[in-house]
Design a protein around this ligand. Structure first.
Ligand code: 5AD
Ligand code: SF4
Length: 452
């Protein structure tokens, strides 16, 4: 059977979508390969959130097309995901070697399209329409054969799309309006994962705190999202629950209270703040103030003192004044984030911010980016140092990505811990004594030898 190479750009949502497409293809008898240049099918699952991500995928495709076409005229070259959705046929016009463009609501159709293309029944397929119910189609998981490779953590897609329309963001365009899966559907997927050995799930969506707002609504003062977390929490054998990405607007007292009550909900929160300036937050259409953001972090730290707090920040949004930039710097210092993704503002077509006056010069954006990064790195190092000497619960996920001779896992507060140990620790929840810290990594020693 033909072999398939998939490369994923962007967020965890994309990783999850790629995994579902791979599972779909493997079920039909295709094999997966890590070598693009010998594959029969090349799929790039793309990201549109910043221009750099689009350019990377375009560059990769033209490189692969140049190398592969001369050797294998029948190879299928396809774009999937966000850039496929927003650019559609334009991608084939630009790169005529491309045979397939699959949008964000059509991942479940990928295998059929590839079958048609390989059999010569179709050519130049563009499938980017809207499809009702497509949010529930991403549920296949790739089963890894060997027992020691079995995933212990898994992503579960709970919703698609976003209705927030932040003025810089292309996501409402690429992923469409909010659509949520049912609680029953999500719980049964999680249960099945637990039966296969998964101990931690991450509930995924572009704006998870808006989960089920229309479809399910509030009950007993609890948002649909909190009702979902409670339902997942009830699954026997599941040890940890995480979610990403939330919106600050969604941190009502019901969610804060859930942290105090639901032990499996890990004490880590990735809460994108974007800016520390109220005027800027308004121009971004974020829907909260600096004060409100600080209040949320304060409340979370009050219920879960060890909570790890990370964020996303954008520098160089149109019209960003020195004072507004300083407000972001001071917010970072005030919150003391554990880590942050710092992004240079990237103009996205058809977004309100693209038409705003006073787009900042590249050099200034670069300069500000470096300044925020320096603060984040310094704060991170200080926060990570504090863990040295402590004993922490780690869920062992597999060999370390940097050094396969070691193992790695995550603490409940989402810090990576690397330690000397073999595969017998795979999938174990264990206590590790932290011996030293590196850059956004901890190193540990098994403290209590409760395993054999
Ligand atoms: N430019 C730079 N960063 C962006 N993000 C979203 N849109 C843009 C853009 N146009 C960032 C935000 C968001 C993260 C996923 O990507 O910080 O939280
Ligand atoms: Fe984009 Fe804003 Fe929606 Fe996040 S909340 S996906 S930044 S529009």
């Amino acid at each position: 059977m033909p072999s398939v190479f998939i490369k994923t750009y962007g967020c965890q949502m994309n990783e999850r979508d790629s995994e579902a497409v791979a599972a779909q293809l493997v079920a039909k008898g295709y094999s997966m390969t890590a070598d693009a240049l010998t594959a029969d099918v090349i799929l790039l699952n793309t990201c549109s959130v910043r221009d750099a991500a689009e350019q990377k995928a375009l560059g990769k495709m033209s490189h692969v097309a140049g190398q592969l076409r001369s050797k294998n005229r029948k190879a299928v070259l396809g774009f999937m995901g966000c850039m496929a959705q927003s650019r559609g046929r334009e991608l084939i016009d630009k790169l005529p070697d491309v045979d397939l463009v699959v949008g964000t609501q059509k991942f479940h159709r990928t295998a059929d399209h590839i079958g048609d293309l390989l059999a010569g029944r179709a050519g130049g397929v563009v499938d980017t329409g809207e499809e009702k119910g497509s949010e529930a189609t991403i549920r296949e998981h790739l089963l890894n054969g060997a027992s020691d490779k079995r995933p212990v953590t898994s992503f579960v897609s709970i919703m698609q799309g976003c209705n927030q329309f932040c003025t810089f963001c292309i996501v409402p365009d690429t992923r469409g309006r909010e659509r949520s899966r049912s609680i029953d559907d999500i719980v049964s997927e999680c249960r099945e994962l637990v039966n296969r050995g998964v101990r931690e799930v991450t509930l995924l969506g572009q704006i998870v705190t808006s989960y089920g707002r229309r479809e399910i609504g509030e009950r007993d003062g609890k948002s649909a999202f909190v009702q979902l977390i409670e339902a997942v929490h009830g699954i026997d054998g599941l040890d940890r629950i995480r979610f990403t990405s939330p919106h600050p607007k969604g941190y009502g007292d019901d969610l804060i209270e859930a942290y105090g009550r639901l032990a499996k909900l890990c004490e880590s929160a990735h809460i994108p703040v974007q800016s520390g300036s109220d005027a800027m937050l308004k121009r971004m259409h974020r829907g909260y103030t600096r004060k409100r953001f600080l209040e949320i972090v304060g409340k979370l730290r009050a219920v879960r003192p060890g909570i790890g707090v990370t964020t996303d920040i954008i520098v160089g949004f149109p019209g960003e004044t020195e004072e507004e930039f300083e407000a972001t710097m001071s917010l970072c210092r005030e919150v003391q984030f554990d880590n942050a993704f710092v992004f240079k503002y990237s103009t996205r077509r058809d977004t309100p911010a693209a038409a705003m006056e006073n787009q900042l010069p590249r050099e200034l954006i670069e300069q500000r980016h470096a300044m925020v990064l320096a603060v984040i790195n310094e704060m991170g190092a200080r926060r990570y140092e504090k863990f040295v000497g402590k004993t922490m619960e780690v869920l062992v996920e597999g060999p370390s990505r940097r050094n396969a001779a070691r193992m790695e896992g995550r603490t409940r507060c989402n810090k990576i811990v690397v330690f000397d140990g073999g595969n017998r620790f795979h999938g174990e929840l264990m206590e590790l004594k932290i011996t030293r810290n590196g850059s956004f990594t901890l190193y540990g020693d098994p403290a209590i030898v409760n395993l054999n």
